[in-house]
Design a protein around this ligand. Structure first.
Ligand code: SF4
Ligand code: SF4
Length: 353
């Protein structure tokens, strides 16, 4: 199975400044991206003056969160590991999950890492540009935190961006704490947090049973839909892997299609899924998605707010009807009667007033 090159991810691409060695190297390898990327570079930055949602008092709140996250990056490898403590895989798996839950995670999963879960090369942070990913950790611990529904339903306004930032920060803190803890027990570990990933989080999360990847490329969890953010810890500590979950997302997405209708960038396919490496999936147009973020000023989030799973679906009912197109369409109709095409709240929250 082929690996994804981390240098091709939009945030990495946008960090290559014209004239820099990274810029020259990247567009030599991927000339097809140069023209669209240069066009996007002309737009204002996310959260900056000139974008639709910019507010000189409120917008820096998200910037501050991301600046802090960027400072966290120096801790992803944790301290030097201590002498190995004898552990039992079953007990440690349960212990790690309990600790993560105590620290605020709403879902925690473990998976055995596969080669295709790792990027081939690093794109960001810029100082690591072009480094080959050399991570042999056998297990991935996925830590999911919830993003507040009232905030997310205001997408693409600033509230959505705040909820996303908080999700990244909360999950990063738990991942860093677990990395330090695992290393204190004498095993190797590495946190994968915003801006510093060696792993493709949705693939790891799907295999760890957190949820299933939907039409828009985000993981849909059972309880919170797409209102989750995740960090990952990879480790050589022996753990017990969870089973991937299957609650019928692929079939549901084929019939739903709501996110492709509400996406302002037309970045989400309305077509049937493609088969890639033997797996059914949809690919979003990441350039179109990111370009609209640079106009809106936030990371949009309309698709994840639109997703019926994010608003709460009757999962027991879905379990009973997941093989019937007719019944799923009926469930979708009921959802639409309640929320319309999406559950949008225009009125700003007190936090912004
Ligand atoms: S975040 Fe917005 S622009 Fe991007 S895919 Fe979702 S709806 Fe479309
Ligand atoms: S909105 Fe519908 S099609 Fe899009 S990810 Fe959610 S369930 Fe799938």
């Amino acid at each position: 199975m082929s690996k994804i090159d981390g240098r091709t991810i939009m945030f990495a691409r946008m960090s290559y400044e014209k004239g820099s060695k990274e810029y020259e190297d990247y567009y030599k390898n991927y000339p097809e991206h140069e023209s669209i990327d240069d066009q996007i570079r002309l737009k204002p930055h996310i959260n900056s003056e000139g974008t639709a949602t910019f507010n000189n008092i409120n917008s820096p709140f998200a910037d501050a969160g991301f600046m802090m996250l960027s400072d966290f990056q120096k801790y992803v490898n944790g301290p030097v590991k201590k002498e190995k403590t004898n552990i039992k895989d079953v007990d440690m798996t349960s212990k790690l999950k309990k600790f993560c839950s105590y620290l605020g995670a709403v879902d925690i999963g473990v998976t055995k890492m596969k080669p295709e879960f790792f990027y081939s090369f690093i794109g960001r942070p810029l100082k690591d540009y072009g480094k080959k990913v050399d991570n042999n950790h056998k297990y991935g611990l996925v830590i999911a935190v919830e993003m507040d529904k009232n905030m997310i339903n205001r997408a693409p306004q600033l509230e959505e961006m705040f909820a996303v930032t908080k999700g990244y920060v909360d999950s990063a803190i738990i991942a860093l704490w677990m990395t330090y803890y695992i290393k204190m027990l004498g095993y190797d570990a590495r946190a994968h947090i915003d801006g510093n990933y060696e792993v493709i989080v949705p693939l790891v999360a799907q295999n760890a049973g957190i949820g299933e990847i939907g039409r828009n490329g985000l993981v849909i969890s059972r309880k919170y839909g797409q209102r989750i953010r995740m960090s990952v810890v990879t480790t050589d500590m022996p753990l017990i892997a969870d089973e991937p979950s299957d609650f019928g997302v692929k079939k549901f997405c084929k019939l739903c299609n709501k996110c492709s209708k509400t996406c302002p960038a037309k970045a989400i396919s309305s077509e049937p899924p493609i088969i890639e490496n033997g797996v059914e999936r949809w690919r979003i147009k990441q350039e179109s998605c990111y370009e609209i973020w640079r106009s809106l000023g936030t990371d949009c989030g309309i698709c994840l707010a639109t997703c019926p799973f994010s608003q709460g679906l009757d999962l027991d009912k879905l379990e009973q009807i997941k093989h019937s197109d007719e019944m799923i369409l009926k469930l979708l109709k009921e959802h639409e009667e309640k929320y319309g095409i999406r559950n949008y709240i225009r009125e700003p929250l007190n936090i912004l007033k």
